[in-house]
Design a protein around this ligand. Structure first.
Ligand SMILES: [Fe+2]
Ligand SMILES: [Fe+2]
Length: 274
């Protein structure tokens, strides 16, 4: 298992950032931005879940991993909150995002209060296994390397640290709960819950962007985008399916070389906190 470095980043966010930060792909860009609007609520939920689990963890290394997981997630949602403030300011209709944000925050805080630990740990693991599976594919196809948009830089740093801590939610789930059928069932539930919310945020984001989206519909751009997305999905889908298997273990997955390169890059540009 790689060491988990807690990095404090300084991204070159600007008020006039282009929301289309995935090359020539407004649809995927707005989907990511929708997902990222959730992170200042979702990642604190993961942190609360891990802290609820901590008293039941009897392994010193796992306790340390859990603390580092929380510290990395804490940096993630702070950076995303800064980017989200700039995204929300791009259009007056984006004020509607705040209503969704408040509803999501309420729902996840309710999960923390009312759901059993087993549910919350399986939710966290379902989210983490899915994000680490797609992160591997994203590194393989260089998804964030095709524009110099600071949002792409944010995305790349985030998925790199998601891979660094990919085993923690799984290990804590295995240590405390350990049931594969429940993990399988609950992963599907949590991923459906998550993507339902992503879609709601994305729907608000795309409303005022018809003109921008139309600028990417020339046949050559559409064909290149389809080919690239097929190339990405061919890598992402088998990795996501692999996470549902009873023998899945995030410590044993192959990692792309670009992940190691990104770790070194971000370690050299960050302030290291731990
Ligand atoms: Fe994260
Ligand atoms: Fe994570």
């Amino acid at each position: 298992m790689e060491t988990m470095t807690v990095r404090r980043m300084q991204f070159a966010f600007k008020p006039d950032m282009d929301p289309v930060f995935i090359k020539d792909d407004p649809d995927m860009s707005f989907m990511f931005l929708g997902a990222w609007m959730m992170l200042p609520y979702l990642e604190p939920f993961l942190i609360r879940t891990m802290r609820d689990a901590l008293p039941q963890v009897r392994d010193e290394q796992l306790k340390e991993d859990l603390r580092r997981f929380c510290a990395q997630e804490g940096e993630h949602f702070k950076q995303h909150a800064m980017a989200n403030d700039l995204i929300r300011a791009l259009h007056p209709s984006y004020e509607a995002l705040r209503t969704l944000e408040a509803e999501l925050d309420r729902e996840l805080k309710e999960f923390t209060r009312t759901k059993p630990l087993k549910f919350k740990l399986a939710y966290a693991e379902g989210f983490e296994s899915m994000t680490s599976a797609v992160s591997r594919a994203q590194f393989e196809v260089g998804l964030y390397d095709r524009t110099d948009n600071p949002l792409a830089d944010l995305g790349k740093w985030h998925v790199m640290e998601e891979l660094e801590h990919r085993s923690v939610a799984f290990d804590v789930y295995e240590h405390i709960v350990g049931s594969w059928p429940y993990r399988f069932k609950q992963s599907l539930w949590s991923q459906r819950h998550y993507f339902g919310w992503v879609q709601r945020f994305k729907n608000v984001l795309v409303v005022p962007q018809a003109e921008l989206i139309a600028a990417y519909q020339a046949p050559a751009i559409v064909a290149a985008r389809k080919a690239y997305n097929r190339h990405y999905l061919r890598r992402a889908l088998p990795r996501v399916l692999g996470t549902y298997m009873p023998w899945y273990n995030p410590a044993k997955v192959d990692l792309p070389e670009a992940f190691e390169t990104a770790r070194l890059h971000y370690s050299s540009t960050a302030t290291t906190l731990a």
